[in-house]
Design a protein around this ligand. Structure first.
Ligand code: NAD
Length: 451
């Protein structure tokens, strides 16, 4: 097996020079990253078209713009995030003061998936750089063109001893995991997340695991159905449903189910045309294997919308399946494609129990105008994050830490969340030498044990 020890050793000694801890070094690195991305928008969009048939609009908004915004936000706030913070000191510690010093972990490993292959490699890298770390990034082997562009751009701005890109598949990941990194940031599936955590456990390496799962989308009887239909159709079918926070299934109130689905059908037509298979801008499924897995669900329940596929181009049109129960194969694992199964409920309590009987979702979406329904759902269901009356949008706010809970992930990032994730908080108590209170010491004349 190939060994990555040489890269690791180089990064460890570079980290020891303390250059990466310098705030102006970090800001300069982020500026370089931003300029490089800006200068290469077209090659990146072309690569995303080749790998996934992403339209320029989708590639720009969901992969490029989102990281450019994240870099800008990070540069603007880095100085205040990186400063040591003075915190309170209890009266029992009189004479001393207390501080928290954020410090980088050292050499970090970032493993990225294929669904937003550029964004999900760069977004954690921004956090790693901001916090003052070195990083090795392994992009996905399933989007080779984008990974190749990324692997070409990074060495043009950063030396390998600071930031390195290692391309390859499972074996490459496994070889990297043989090394002792100071932090591992993984984005990918739940089963591989377990493999990563097991490997990290050998060295007690801390991890962030950004995983997936089945994210429910509840539409209550009092929702604005037309708007809900449009926002859900976009959130589900952008990137052909290959989005970690895409609504995985619809949970519709029985009373509005038929009306909502009419609006939904119209929304799909509005967004993707009468014949989505002929829409040249509809994202394709990443591989033949993934395509076949998705096609195997098409006979679940009853086909209401879509269902047509193009095997040659690996396209599946937006599809809605009704008469679905929790027992259907499509309800067993995350779908990760443009197929939306529909469950129905009579009371919101039934929906809450239905969701709660399953692993904690990465995202949850609720469409309802009622504050009490919103409160009930937020109070009673645990999930990573989500939206009320929208889908996916929470992911784009740098003010909202993004991550899962339970099987959908460990830890979070974006904005200050990324800086915190890649920083260790060193707690320091500075003690006075002007006096020394005797209470802590045994057997002293004035000590408590004499009382
Ligand atoms: P994956 O887990 O198959 O692969 C992710 C990365 O891990 C790839 O770089 C791959 O090379 C590597 N890998 C695969 N098998 C490995 C193994 N046995 N040992 C070590 N490394 C291995 O995931 P994917 O198919 O690329 O991505 C889809 C999954 O990612 C979905 O489950 C989705 O929900 C999840 N995801 C989560 C987020 C999030 O932010 N929470 C974002 C995007 C995708």
């Amino acid at each position: 097996m190939v060994t990555y020890s040489p890269i690791l050793k180089k990064q460890q000694s570079f980290f020891r020079t303390e250059k990466t801890k310098d705030l102006s070094f970090r800001i300069d690195a982020l500026e370089k990253l931003r300029s490089k991305i800006k200068a290469n928008e077209q090659p990146l969009m072309d690569a995303l078209r080749t790998d996934l048939n992403k339209s320029e609009f989708d590639a720009y908004t969901t992969e490029i713009m989102i990281v450019l915004e994240e870099i800008k936000f990070t540069i603007n706030h880095l100085q205040s995030w990186a400063k040591p913070r003075k915190v309170k000191t209890p009266i029992t510690h009189i004479g001393s003061s207390s501080y928290i010093y954020p410090e980088p972990y050292g050499v970090t490993l970032i493993i990225a998936p294929w669904n937003y292959p550029f964004q999900l490699a760069v977004a954690p890298l921004i956090g790693a750089i901001a916090a003052g770390n070195c990083a090795v990034i392994k992009p996905s082997e399933l989007t080779p063109t984008t990974s190749e562009v990324f692997a070409k751009l990074i060495p043009e701005i950063f030396p390998e001893e600071y930031i390195a890109v290692v391309q390859g598949g499972v074996e490459t990941s496994q070889a990297l995991l043989e090394e002792k990194f100071d932090y591992i940031f993984f984005t990918g599936s739940v089963p591989v997340g377990k493999v990563i955590m097991e490997a990290a456990a050998k060295n007690l390496t801390p991890v962030t695991l950004e995983l997936g799962g089945k994210s429910p989308c509840i539409v209550h009887e009092d929702a604005n159905l037309k708007l809900a239909a449009k926002r859900i159709a976009w959130g589900k079918f952008v990137n052909a449903g290959q989005t970690c926070v895409a609504p995985d299934y619809l949970y519709l109130h029985k009373g509005i189910k038929a009306r909502f689905l009419q609006f939904f059908q119209k929304a799909i037509k509005e967004l993707y045309g009468e014949k989505p298979l002929e829409n040249q801008n509809f994202t394709r499924i990443v591989s033949e294997r993934h395509f076949q897995r998705l096609c195997s669900f098409l006979d679940n329940g009853e086909l209401l919308i879509g269902g047509n596929t193009n095997q040659e181009r690996l396209i599946i049109e937006p599809t809605v399946l009704t008469e679905i129960t929790w027992e259907h194969p499509i309800m067993q694992d995350e779908i990760f494609g443009p197929i939306l199964p529909v469950l129905e409920y009579e009371s919101i309590e039934d929906a809450i129990v239905g969701i709660d009987n399953h692993p904690k979702p990465l995202a949850l979406y609720l469409f309802s105008e009622s504050e009490s329904i919103q409160k009930k759902v937020l109070n009673q269901i645990t999930f990573g994050g989500g939206c009320i009356n929208d889908t996916v949008y929470h992911l784009g706010s740098p003010h909202l830490p993004f991550g899962g809970v339970g099987t959908s992930g460990i830890g979070s990032y974006h904005g200050k969340g990324s800086f915190d994730t890649f920083s260790h908080e060193k707690s320091i108590l500075k003690q006075t030498t002007r006096f020394d209170l005797p209470f802590r010491y045994p057997n002293l004349k004035d000590g408590l044990n004499k009382i």
